[in-house]
Design a protein around this ligand. Structure first.
Ligand SMILES: [Zn+2]
Length: 398
């Protein structure tokens, strides 16, 4: 047990941003930091030893799917792609090879791997009384338009279906919009920031003009300080720029993991992964925040699924169970359920969390009090400023 405590302290040192010499050995030989072009890296071996988990490195271009993954930590040579506990997770920086060793950036060990592998150890994790559900777009901002309907309506419906599920678990639920009107992104964040012990869950559906066959789920939390977002295709000097990060970065990552494993575990969609972005709502929220992309409205099959209210009920149920798992991190101090656990469970006893429309609760007036009625008036047309901050899904990353 003492050993575990020591390892944890060393990791705290690692995340603390202290200056390190060329090659630093921490007490207990837990971490060996290797400098490459001025940046800190750790070997895959080192990571595997620290967590006591088997790891693997597959060749670039090799397809990694849930069914084919052998290790809890699987990296791809030369790539930011990784599989962590059976779900695709995107590192901030690519895995590099040097002197026959594979190296992972120190940023990723602290900001990606640690909160995904041991979310239950993140400080104040799971401390949640209020869930702020944010149905994307609204009013004049339709979001993605499909032949079966608009993103704004599907997102609102998922939030409405999810609300009673969370309320039944004793959580307070606030919707950033109750109907078909636009709420400025900064107001959405403000609602979450003003609520007590809140988390922020933004609900969207995806679209792309590049690839009509693109499908699957993805989830975003805010990009850490000094790192590029997942959609940044080339690493430039600005990738390392010190744009402010988030003080609750690790909690957001833990929330991402809990919701994402539940999504994939309940609904067999393609796994696009746990990603990072500097979307306005993620940047402006001061509480643990994620943005879910629940499938593609530009793909023929998936847009039909999204248009099906029973399927949306299932999606809401999966998000709800993910949030419940996040909350249980504080109670149980144990790792959350993973995609494999959910799949085992749903095989033996399929869950059908569909809610009847009549059961939905009416508007939460506290929301209106919180932000003031005037805030909800939609602008005449999209101004250049609000277009800039408009929340579009990240470009398609392989
Ligand atoms: Zn959207």
């Amino acid at each position: 047990m003492i050993g575990t405590v020591r390892c944890w302290l060393n990791l705290a040192l690692l995340t603390g941003g202290i200056a390190l010499a060329q090659t630093t050995t921490f007490a207990g030989d837990d971490w060996h930091v290797i400098k490459v072009s001025g940046h800190d890296y750790l070997t895959v071996e080192n990571i595997s030893r620290f967590y006591g988990l088997p790891t693997g490195v597959v060749a670039q271009g090799e397809k990694m799917r849930f069914e084919t993954v052998k290790n809890p930590l699987e990296f791809v040579s030369g790539s930011r792609e990784a599989m962590i506990n059976g779900a695709r997770s995107w590192l901030c920086f690519p895995l590099i090879e040097q002197d026959g060793k594979y190296l992972v950036s120190r940023t990723d060990v602290a900001k990606t791997i640690e909160p995904l592998v041991r979310p239950q150890r993140v400080s104040n994790v799971g401390d949640v009384q209020t869930v702020v559900l944010d149905p994307g777009h609204g009013g004049y901002d339709k979001g993605q338009v499909s032949r079966y309907g608009n993103e704004k309506d599907f997102a609102l419906d998922v939030a409405r279906k999810l609300r009673p599920l969370l309320q039944a678990k004793g959580l307070r639920v606030i919707l950033t919009r109750e109907g078909d009107y636009f709420v400025p992104l900064e107001v959405r964040a403000k609602i979450a920031n003003a609520a007590r012990n809140s988390i922020f869950v933004s609900i969207h559906f995806n679209a792309t003009s590049d690839n009509p066959d693109a499908t699957g789920f993805e989830i975003f939390s805010f990009t850490p300080r000094g790192a590029p977002s997942t959609s940044d295709t080339a690493l430039t000097s600005t990738s390392y720029s010190m744009q402010p990060g988030s003080a609750v970065d690790a909690q957001s990552m833990a929330l991402s993991a809990c919701i994402y494993h539940s999504l994939l575990g309940h609904i067999p969609e393609y796994d696009r992964g746990i990603k990072r972005a500097r979307f306005a709502v993620l940047r402006l929220t001061k509480v643990p925040a994620v943005l879910i992309e629940g499938g593609f409205l530009t793909e023929r099959g998936e847009c039909k699924l999204i248009a099906n209210k029973d399927w949306r009920g299932k999606l809401a149920g999966a998000i709800g169970m993910g949030i419940e798992n996040y909350r249980m991190l504080a109670v149980k101090k144990q790792p959350p359920m993973l995609v494999a656990d959910y799949r085992k469970q749903t095989k033996s006893a399929p869950v059908d969390p569909i809610i009847q429309d009549g059961q939905q609760k009416e508007a939460d007036s506290s929301l209106i009090n919180l932000v003031g009625k005037s805030k909800f008036v939609a602008p005449e047309k999209t101004s250049p400023a609000s277009r800039e901050s408009s929340l579009e899904s990240a470009p398609i990353v392989p």
